[in-house]
Design a protein around this ligand. Structure first.
Ligand code: ACO
Length: 321
């Protein structure tokens, strides 16, 4: 039994912010951002919530899958920026959708969050415990940015993507790998609320994302090609058998380096980071929905999905569409 993606969806906030727009509020330029990252614009949430964006993406995925919310057995949400600490994004989504029979919880694996949620769904489906699972990856990262730190805030965007997965005899996930390296967690982090109980002396500071960009770059270009190679081999395939590589949209230079190291042409690596920026757990499912809706996925195509990010965490899966 395999786990097949039967429907996809995505939603982006309506406000588009270009590099030019950012250069009016901070010391940066379109040239700096584009040449180092490939990003030209991003969508930033103003009045949208992550639950609302995720529900919009989920409804599209449910429609394509041909099932309704009440048919869902499980909702898994990969995110680091849920609207609230409690309840989880997955539970809020359950409420918004009326998915009354689903069990729902979040997975925090940063930019690998959608991959980890998809691989968790795959394990539940192959075990026979659940059949219809909604997997969501989404972020409103703009609230976790220090808008005085031009080296991080220009990189990220907001949005959500969704996939409905179901059991299938023939098509679906062939193999997966995942990994974590908590010892290197400091290179990309965002501290939580400080303890402020009456027995702790504390100066409360707002938590923001901080990053050692060059270390993250080195981690990504080393780890992602290996994870992809390992999962492709595990599936009994060669890199040349893969039709499309949908990898986390952090930075065009990372994607080009992965393409080079795998000796796979850039035409097999669709991107959307030019107009979305880096949406962490949202990036892979939004890209998946984009290529699906553009008719770039054909029955029988072999596709790699790969995510990597804070933790450090990484995951890759090969599937037959
Ligand atoms: N506009 C203009 N100048 C800037 C900006 C900006 N937005 N940000 C930083 N600079 C300046 C710095 O102040 C520095 O100036 P200085 O030389 O006078 O001190 C100069 O540009 C170079 O700064 P670096 O941080 O060294 O820039 P670098 O060339 O390393 O590029 C980048 C930064 C793009 C983040 C790069 O390290 C990278 O590609 N890292 C990969 C990690 C990544 O993409 N992370 C995304 C999120 S993580 C994830 O999704 C897993």
């Amino acid at each position: 039994m395999k786990t097949r993606i039967c429907g996809t969806g995505s939603a982006l906030p309506k406000r588009v912010v270009s590099n030019e727009d950012l250069s009016k509020i901070m010391d940066t330029s379109d040239e700096w951002i584009k040449s180092r990252t490939g990003i030209a614009a991003r969508h930033l949430a103003t009045d949208e919530t992550l639950a609302g964006l995720s529900a919009a993406a989920a409804l599209q995925a449910l429609e394509e899958a041909g099932i309704c919310a009440k048919d869902l057995d499980m909702i898994l949400a990969g995110t680091i920026s849920a609207d609230n600490i409690l309840p989880s994004l997955a539970c809020e989504l359950q409420r918004e959708l009326g998915a009354v029979h689903a069990v729902a919880f979040d997975i925090n694996a940063a930019c690998a969050g959608f991959l980890f949620a998809l691989q968790t769904a795959d394990a539940y489906i192959r075990s026979g415990q659940y059949r219809n699972i909604l997997v969501v990856g989404g972020e409103i990262l703009s609230k976790l940015m220090d808008w005085n730190d031009r080296s991080t805030c220009v990189l990220f965007g907001d949005g959500a993507g969704a996939a409905v997965v179901c059991p299938d005899e023939n098509c679906g996930i062939l193999s997966s790998v995942q990994g974590s390296d908590g010892a290197k967690g400091g290179v990309l982090s965002c501290c939580g609320r400080k303890n402020n109980n009456p027995y702790v002396k504390n100066s409360i500071k707002l938590p923001f994302v901080s990053m050692d960009g060059q270390e993250v770059y080195k981690f990504a270009v080393r780890t992602v090609p290996k994870a992809i190679t390992d999962t492709v081999e595990k599936a009994g395939l060669a890199i040349s058998d893969i039709d499309l590589f949908l990898i986390h949209q952090a930075n065009i230079r990372i994607i080009e380096s992965v393409s080079k190291r795998l000796k796979a042409p850039m035409e097999k690596f669709p991107t959307n980071l030019a107009f979305c920026g880096n949406i962490s757990a949202g990036s892979v499912p939004i890209l998946l929905d984009d290529v699906n809706r553009r008719g770039l996925l054909h029955k029988g195509d072999k596709i790699v999905l790969a995510g990597f990010g804070a933790g450090l965490t990484w995951g890759a899966s090969v599937l037959v569409w």
